[in-house]
Design a protein. Structure first.
Lengths: 284, 588
């Protein structure tokens, strides 16, 4: 989810109220995730990569905001993008350019890849997908659970669900989670493999960021609840196809193997949003 | 309201960056070009013509985990350089794992060719049903009687053999204090309390509760891919000097439940006491610092905890040529899925610093890397590296990485249960990866160039163990590679490098007889290099007990300083190059 989410909590003007807006809560959630990941598991490998990524995101946002629009842009979106990329990007040892390039492309996509006045991709999703697809010999995404710890998962999912509920996008998260499980069971049945191994990825950090930040980003999702649910189900379905293609070793399937949901959203998200924007434009 | 010209500039910059990422991201591995054909350094695989015909066979485990058997049983190929008959020449002991299959002991005839004598020596038939399978061996003179004995670590009951001379070995495990079921992939001899008697550290992999051929549960795997603590218990045994050993793990604080694949001993903090460095799968490396021979402390805040990876080996060297211990710990790199990177660390502990991470070139990403050894292959005075790679090579079309990525995101309870993993079927997992030879540029900013193909070491078997030794006595190191379900390869060094060299064969008197733990510092001109006499180094391997140093083309006067474990220091000026120096520690 991004900071452009509707201010569901209202605008009462007080400092206390501002802390409980969806914007503040989502920022709190990603910060909590990063701090816990680093403190408990050393997942970031130090704060240098975070500083580089965050710095590039914020710098790019400020530069493009001033240059292209002539205004000082809000920085929370850049903050969330920087945090997400820092956690998920796992490039080859010693490489730092993927953090810089990923950050610049993520934020740049908001200003460059637009349709009917809107950007089409969630910035983090764009940056991660582009790096995985274009630079597979240099970049991987975090492929391990943070500690493979059920308790940590429960805490993150509980807080995450509370936050998306307050932001009124709980239906997106739940739709995706339910769709994923249904498709996982279906795959397990088709493939004759344990259900647990098909459901397992849902507890990983990649999915936490997907469910709470990327899929639920209001500026890059369709405008109605029904359309958002439909779009989310399609994302899960495409991901399921990607996964089956890898289980069956279809030619070319390996391209999407490192991050099936990220690439599914990368492909489906702009199409469903574009169709929605066109429909809205026609209706207007 | 957007501004057209800045917007155009942003678009140009954006697409230019995309194009650059696509170019950079698919560019082949960089690195310096290797030497041209006909260059002085060259190797030729010559196992068969040297009399070495040995193929590793994997063990089979309980059918309850048949879906993951290819993964679970993908280790066991091992090779150690030893001197079984006490003639001063390097012999080879190779391990296999299948029930009923025989390990092999190759005795050096003196010209680098071998006779196989394991059965006669009583070291062949160690893979018996109900007793476990061999995972490797460490050779040392634990009873200080002047010949090398051997401890064979196993998944099962490890075995200690006493060398009786005349190539006769007696199994003395019963009553030694070492008889227990463990699932071990490593052990190392060292004298932690410097009493002149060797002690033994035994690392564990699967929990000792599990008999892998008769499982009571399928929950035998690690409970986390990065922070696992549910392996078997590592043990430190104190050598009593009478052939018995006492478990001092608790008293010394050397216990660990990490999945230890390698343990090597050296004095990392330069206080005169040998420390223990562990390479752990599914967790960070561990360094146990020896505090006066009485207890060990797990080193903290030295850069190890923050890099939790899949440690496979610990090779010991001196990559900066500063008399400063270095370790090379192999890990996993797989395009698109995982870039852990191998670790090349130099100890700065004596200056209050960390284990400084230096890996960033071709030494960082070799694939699914296993054994590795430092050695001066071209005798130019630098520590080069040989790294063997590849996990499971089966189908060339189907691999298990995608399936692995699913289970990698599961919670601990799911990961632990092997039955919940997708069936491995006929898939490969980082299969057919090439052995790498990394030549060092030397100096204070060490850089490696990968020259495996160019020098003739480029097999794609699933390499596990690698050992280095000058097998034919010509002053050049040979490379011996043990491959999982593959042949034992002997790469003869057949190049025309004309650099000088010198070797040392140490014998302790006050210190343990093998001089394990002794440090030899060789200085000439403005160069220096240090090596430590060690037992286990790499993965499932042991190098030649003799220390081999390259000296470059014209070293001038060579000074050698030996620091014995006893604390005694010997200095030799103008040491003659081109020969093996047998040096005995001055008696008390």
């Amino acid at each position: 989810m991004s900071v452009d989410a509707p201010a569901a909590a209202g605008s009462r003007g007080s400092f206390t109220a501002s802390l409980t807006t969806p914007k503040s809560l989502i920022t709190f959630l990603i910060t909590l995730l990063i701090v816990v990941a680093e403190w408990r598991y050393g997942a970031m490998g130090g704060f240098r990569k975070l500083a580089i990524t965050l710095g590039t995101c914020v710098g790019t946002e400020l530069l493009l905001g001033y240059l292209v629009r002539g205004v000082r842009p809000p920085l929370q979106s850049a903050y969330i993008t920087g945090m997400s990329l820092s956690l998920l990007l796992r490039p080859q040892a010693g490489l730092e350019w993927p953090f810089v390039a990923g950050a610049a492309l993520s934020i740049g996509s908001k200003y460059v890849l637009r349709y009917r006045g809107k950007h089409l991709w969630n910035p983090s999703n764009f940056g991660l997908a582009v790096l995985v697809l274009l630079a597979p010999t240099r970049v991987a995404l975090l492929s391990h659970e943070l500690g493979n710890d059920i308790l940590g998962n429960l805490v993150i999912w509980t807080i995450g669900l509370m936050v998306v509920s307050r932001a009124k996008v709980l239906h997106v998260t739940l739709t995706y989670a339910a769709s994923f499980v249904v498709f996982a069971v279906l795959r397990a049945w088709i493939l004759g493999v344990p259900i647990s191994s098909e459901v397992a990825p849902l507890t990983g950090p990649m999915y936490q960021l997907l469910c709470f930040f990327m899929l639920t980003d209001p500026p890059t999702t369709p405008g109605t609840v029904r359309k958002r649910i439909a779009s989310t189900v399609i994302v899960a379905a495409v991901e399921c196809v990607f996964r089956l293609a890898n289980d069956w070793h279809w030619p070319g399937a390996g391209l999407v193997a490192p991050a099936p949901p990220i690439i599914a959203l990368f492909l489906v998200g702009p199409i469903t949003l574009g169709l929605d924007l066109r429909a809205r434009s026609k209706a207007a | 309201m957007t501004r057209p010209i800045p917007k155009l500039l942003a678009q140009v910059g954006f697409f230019a960056l995309l194009t650059w990422v696509a170019w950079e991201g698919r560019r082949p591995e960089g690195g310096v070009e290797g030497p041209a054909e006909g260059a002085p350094l060259a190797f030729r695989e010559a196992a068969k013509e040297l009399g070495v015909e040995f193929t590793h066979q994997r063990t089979r485990v309980d059918p309850a985990v048949a879906n993951l058997e290819a993964h679970i049983t993908a280790v066991g190929a091992a090779v150690s350089v030893c001197d079984a008959n006490g003639d001063g020449l390097p012999d080879l002991y190779a391990a296999t794992s299948a029930a009923g299959a025989s390990n092999a002991l190759y005795i050096n005839r003196g010209d680098g060719s071998f006779d196989e004598v394991a059965e006669r020596a009583g070291l062949a038939d160690l893979n018996r049903e109900g007793k476990g399978c061999t995972m490797g061996s460490v050779w040392a003179d634990y009873d200080n009687d002047g010949d090398q004995d051997v401890f064979v670590y196993k998944w099962g009951i490890c075995q200690l053999f006493r060398n009786e001379g005349q190539l006769e070995f007696t199994d003395v495990t019963v009553g030694s204090g070492l008889e227990a079921w463990v699932n071990s992939n490593n052990a190392t001899w060292f004298d932690y309390d410097l009493d002149g008697v060797l002690d033994l550290y035994v690392g564990s992999y699967f929990d000792e509760e599990h008999d892998l051929w008769d499982l009571e549960t399928t929950s035998i795997m690690h409970d986390s891919f990065e922070f696992s603590h549910n392996a078997g218990a590592n043990r430190l045994f104190h050598g009593n000097g009478d052939g018995t050993f006492e478990d001092v793990t608790e008293a010394t604080g050397t216990g660990s439940r990490r999945w230890t694949y390698a343990a090597a001993a050296a004095d990392f903090d330069r206080d005169g006491w040998p420390d223990l460095y562990l390479g752990n799968d599914y967790g960070p490396e561990e360094l146990f610092l020896n505090r006066g021979g009485e207890r060990f402390e797990l080193a903290e805040d030295i850069g190890l905890e923050s890099e939790s990876k899949s440690g496979m080996c610990v090779a010991l060297g001196d990559v900066l040529g500063q008399g400063r211990p270095s370790v090379y710990v192999t890990n996993i790199s797989q395009q698109g899925f995982l870039f852990q990177g191998n670790n090349l660390r130099v100890s700065m502990l004596d200056r209050g610093g960390p284990m400084l991470q230096l890996a960033e070139g071709p030494e960082a990403a070799c694939g699914w890397a296993w054994g590795a050894q430092f050695g001066d292959l071209d005798n130019d005075g630098d520590h080069d590296l040989v790294v063997v790679n590849g996990f499971v090579s089966k189908s060339r079309e189907r691999d298990y990485w995608y399936q692995m990525s699913k289970i990698g995101l599961a919670t601990g309870a799911v990961i632990m249960d092997a039955a919940k993993w997708p069936d491995f079927e006929d898939r490969s997992l980082s299969g057919y990866e090439r052995t790498r030879v990394l030549l060092s540029s030397g100096g204070r900013s060490v850089r490696y160039q990968e020259v495996g193909r160019e020098v003739g070491i480029d097999d794609v078997y699933d390499g596990r163990a690698v050992s280095l030794a000058d097998l034919d006595g010509d002053g050049r190191l040979e490379v011996v590679v043990a491959n999982q379900q593959g042949p034992l390869l002997v790469y003869r060094n057949v190049g025309t490098v004309d650099n000088r060299w010198v070797s040392f064969d140490l014998a302790g008197t006050r210190s343990n007889r093998d001089g394990i733990g002794a440090e030899v510092l060789v200085e000439y001109g403005d160069r220096q290099l240090m090596q430590t006499v060690a037992s286990f180094t790499g993965f499932a391997s042991q190098n030649d007990h003799r220390l081999h140093f390259g000296l470059g083309p014209s070293p001038g006067a060579v000074k050698v300083t030996i620091r014995w474990p006893s604390g005694l220091e010997q200095v030799f000026e103008d040491v003659e190059p081109g020969r093996v120096h047998e040096i005995e520690e001055p008696a008390p």
